[in-house]
Ligand binder design. Structure first.
Ligand SMILES: [Zn+2]
Ligand SMILES: [Zn+2]
Length: 339
């Protein structure tokens, strides 16, 4: 029987172990993907550290996957072997529950599926995905370069397009890491006056090159005051991992402004008076479903949005994961399966 390779978390805390396994057959409404590349996302900590009670071991992490359809299970329509495929955090939906019927497939009441968390993900040469979780990938998009668009990309792209901001409105991207460097590109290409906000000046030049028209050094000046002086932000994309930093910028929202929280910071305090007087809001944002991933990939291709990556072979998943955790990668870490 043909074998596949996977980097497996065998117990809570890791480490990653290389395993050779039989290549599984897809079940009903599932497909098998031959993985070409998989991004290493900070949310993979959920799997490695067992942060959600639904994580069971052994488990293969990975939810920034690009590959090729390798086998199609019973009942799958609209897909054939050889087509390019992408999988993100969204692990699929039932299409008939209350939430699915209301176009909220991300909150499906039946399929509590997260790629690489509730089922094996993309740190492997092959994976099985629910067909409802799989996105079409444009032909000429490089797998290794584009894998992070399946989580970091769709999260920032999709949050930004749901802020209610229009062309020319002030949109601040808070934090210039793996999420923020994509957020700046999407905000600029979606037509916003894009303000990059980060501590220090070392990423200012890069932020401007990526499309930011303004830059605020949040270590040197109060970012809320700086945004207010510009007229107030119609949206803030909060990508940082520090709740205090988010609190410090929330006051920079303008009239009807919304802060889209995509950094998982835990408890977050905001001044209600700041919100009431401006009819402003703070909102969390789920990454996106398969069709959001397709929109992200197509938009990225047409508008030359690219993730900046550090590449590792699959066998070095441990090293890649630690590099991601260090916060020093510029900016995303990607596993390539052929190396
Ligand atoms: Zn992710
Ligand atoms: Zn459902």
């Amino acid at each position: 029987m043909a074998k596949m390779r996977a980097m497996v978390v065998r117990e809570r805390g890791g480490p990653f172990a290389a395993e050779e396994r039989d290549i599984p057959a897809p079940g009903r409404e599932e497909m098998r993907i031959r993985v070409q590349a998989c991004g290493v996302c900070h949310s993979d900590v959920v799997t490695v550290q067992g942060l959600f009670p639904i994580v069971q071991y052994p488990r293969v992490p990975g939810h920034e996957v690009i590959g090729v359809i390798d086998a199609v299970g019973e009942g799958v329509q609209g897909w054939k072997v050889g087509e390019r495929a992408g999988v993100g955090w969204f692990g699929g939906s039932c299409n008939y529950c209350r939430q699915c019927r209301r176009d909220n497939a991300f909150a499906c009441e039946n399929a509590h599926e997260i790629s690489g968390v509730t089922r094996d993900g993309g740190y492997a040469t092959h994976m099985i995905a629910r067909a409802s979780a799989v996105a079409h990938v444009p032909d000429d998009l490089d797998a290794t370069q584009s894998a992070p668009l399946l989580c970091a990309g769709v999260t920032t792209f999709n949050a930004l397009r749901h802020t209610g901001a229009g062309p020319g409105d002030i949109v601040a991207v808070h934090g210039l890491g793996g999420l923020g460097h994509l957020g700046v590109q999407y905000a600029a290409r979606q037509g916003f006056r894009t303000v990059a906000v980060n501590r220090g000046r070392d990423k200012e030049e890069l932020a401007k090159k990526l499309g930011a028209s303004d830059y605020i050094d949040s270590a040197a000046e109060d970012p809320a005051k700086a945004l207010t002086a510009m007229g107030g932000a119609r949206a803030i994309l909060a990508t940082v991992t520090d709740g205090k930093a988010m609190e410090a910028i929330a006051g920079g929202l303008g009239a009807n402004g919304v802060m889209m929280v995509i950094g998982a910071v835990g408890p977050l305090t905001v001044n209600a008076l700041d919100l009431i007087g401006k009819s402003a809001g703070v909102r969390g944002w789920y990454s996106g479903v398969a069709r959001d991933s397709e929109d992200t990939l197509n938009f990225s291709k047409r508008n030359n949005v690219a993730s900046m990556n550090e590449i590792f072979p699959l066998a070095k998943a441990q090293e890649a994961y630690e590099r991601m955790l260090s916060g020093k990668a510029r900016f995303r870490v990607v596993l390539r399966m052929d190396g």
